[in-house]
Design a protein around this ligand. Structure first.
Ligand code: FAD
Ligand code: DLZ
Ligand code: SF4
Length: 515
């Protein structure tokens, strides 16, 4: 009897050359990658994001073929493409001599359900295998916090440091402290030269033409001959090396800074490589720790820089993924404040007189990238203060960023940024007035609005929004110990001052699109 073949699905965010599926060159399985409308259309994506995923998938397929694996690649415009994972797999199983179907744990709930339903229906054996793409299993975080109302990232992070022996010395945190955040909150002061962002100039004109011809709706800008994002493991490793040399030495100190001088400052821009699995989180963490040990006795990279970076990957990244799997599908519908205002049009155009918003949105549309504090304290802060419907906020974040995949986008947006989960992720809403933005950036000095003004002509909207938000949600928030001081300040204000702030905010809120 002739052995039937095994069909193995590789999703667009599973481009891990070192997975055990590929541990020896060539084997009998048939590997399939597919460009499908179900993935291009579940939200409107930035054109760079679609192009970068497709270019990376094509490159990956080519690498596997060169290593002797049998690869089926279904492009978006293939006439036989049935435009969903399930339907294409069903067709292949029917038409090829397939005896078994295997796939790796998908990272998105939507795809997970689609594939588990498919597996039940296929006429052949199926198996869903662990991907090994993370440092935790899907349910580890849920188990770690079992029975707790709040999921404190810090305790999970310390557990991960100990478990993996990262930045640990004799059972204690290297340098004597777990957390160097206080040293990591500087605005950019010009003391270190900002590295020029490393770009790759990948030519994706064919892909962009195909996307357009197929009628896929996208937004944002692209130079099709010069896609700046890494689309292979080789390019990803080059970006990692560049970051270790140029960004990491100042990563921690400026990680919350924002500046018109640079769109990525000292950030790594490795999120696309990590989320497509072209890089493994542990190799990135270890590389950062290793490089900080070099240079003989006195390391040139301080512990507060490396710890700040390690915390993002070993801590935050694994933590948000765990929350996603612990709380889906309900998490996607959370709306603690019952916010329902429409997302202003300027999120799609960048056209607003608020300089911080124009800069953060403008670079997002142009580059499919903004760094963390722009996402959290500018665009996210504004949406939260203005009471925007979290579904619309989510759709924007899920579409616009090169690294936006739901498991990481949703918890950051709904949870961390919009407090829509009522405080599972954040101990208090991340809100700030112009005072915060002015202290961490140079945006306010070139703004139409006046950062110091709370009411009246050209008063910065963030100022009155801040107080109106606290007043509006007093019942939900006043018992939060981290907000007590703000409510006391509000209560001490003269009634006319409070009324003035509320009136100013309501005036602006009535005409958000005109800001
Ligand atoms: P760096 O600052 O260089 O950090 C290094 C790495 O740490 C990142 O590449 C990323 O893998 C990880 N990391 C850092 N912060 C976080 C975090 N909060 N959660 C998870 N991982 C983190 N990140 C995404 O990967 N995809 C998203 O869709 C996404 N959406 C976000 C939405 C909002 C509202 C907010 C506030 C944050 C979001 N983040 C998201 C987290 C973070 O902003 C990005 O990971 C980061 O900006 C990517 O740029 P970088 O690679 O230069 O990061
Ligand atoms: C983001 C994306 C896009 C736009 N298109 C595809 C695609 O056509 N085929 C594919 O396999 N993956 C794509 N991706 C990434 C997927 O959305 C991601 O692989 C799944 O959501 C699983 O997490
Ligand atoms: Fe943003 Fe207000 Fe500063 Fe203008 S003044 S940049 S709107 S915080």
């Amino acid at each position: 009897m002739v052995n039937k073949k095994t069909l193995r699905l590789i999703l667009g965010d599973q481009l891990d050359e070192n997975h055990e599926w590929f541990s020896r060159d060539g084997n009998d399985a048939v590997y399939v990658l597919m460009e499908v409308r179900s993935e291009t259309d579940y939200v409107v994506h930035h054109v760079q994001k679609v192009a970068a995923f497709f270019a990376s998938m094509r490159k990956f397929a080519e690498t596997l073929s060169n290593r002797g694996f049998r690869v089926v690649y279904i492009p978006l415009d293939d006439p036989g493409n049935r435009q969903s994972f399930a339907e294409n797999i069903a067709r292949l199983v029917e038409e090829e001599d397939i005896g078994r179907f295997e796939y790796l744990e998908p990272d998105e709930y939507r795809v997970d359900r689609e594939l588990s339903r498919l597996a039940e229906q296929l006429p052949v054996d199926s198996a869903c295998l662990s991907s090994g793409h993370f440092l935790t299993r899907r349910d580890d975080v849920g188990k770690f916090f079992a029975g707790k109302k709040r999921f404190l990232m810090e305790s999970f992070y310390r557990h991960m440091r100990k478990k993996h022996g990262i930045l640990m010395e004799d059972g204690k945190p290297a340098g004597g402290k777990w957390n160097y955040d206080v040293k990591n909150r500087n605005p950019y002061d010009g003391k270190a030269p900002i590295p020029e962002p490393m770009v790759f100039d990948n030519d994706v004109s064919d892909i962009v033409r195909m996307i357009e011809k197929s009628g896929v709706q996208t937004f944002g800008e692209i130079e099709p001959e010069k896609l700046p994002w890494p689309v292979s493991r080789e390019q990803s490793l080059a970006l990692l090396r560049y970051f270790l040399e140029n960004g990491l030495p100042h990563f921690g100190v400026y990680q919350d800074a924002m500046s018109e001088e640079s769109w990525s400052l000292f950030h790594s821009r490795l999120s696309f490589s990590l989320n497509t699995k072209m890089l493994h989180p542990m190799e990135v963490v270890r590389a950062a720790v290793e490089v900080s040990k070099q240079d003989g006795k006195g390391s040139k990279i301080g512990i507060e820089q490396v710890e700040g970076f390690v915390r993002q990957i070993l801590g935050w990244r694994e933590y948000v993924r765990g929350i996603y799997w612990a709380r889906m599908p309900e998490y996607k519908d959370t709306n603690f404040f019952n916010h329902e205002r429409k997302l202003p049009d300027f999120y799609w155009t960048g056209k607003t007189r608020m300089n911080c918003m124009a800069k953060a949105i403008g670079q997002s549309l142009k580059r499919a990238y903004a760094h963390h504090i722009q996402r959290l304290m500018v665009t996210g802060n504004f949406a939260l203060l203005a009471g925007i419907d979290p579904d619309q906020v989510d759709a924007w974040y899920l579409g616009v960023y090169i690294d936006a995949v739901e498991w990481v986008e949703l918890v950051n947006t709904r949870g961390m940024s919009q407090f829509a989960d009522g405080g599972i992720v954040a101990t208090k809403p991340y809100i700030g007035s112009a005072n915060y933005i002015d202290s961490m950036s140079d945006y306010c000095r070139n703004c139409f609005y006046k950062s110091k003004k709370r009411t009246g002509d050209r008063a910065c909207p963030f100022n009155s929004f801040y107080w109106e938000f606290l007043a509006r949600h007093r019942e939900l928030l006043q018992n939060n110990p981290r907000l007590g001081m703000m409510y006391r300040t509000w209560d001490r204000m003269k009634p006319e001052k409070r009324d003035g702030l509320l009136e100013q905010a309501r005036k602006y809120l009535g005409n958000l699109d005109d800001l």
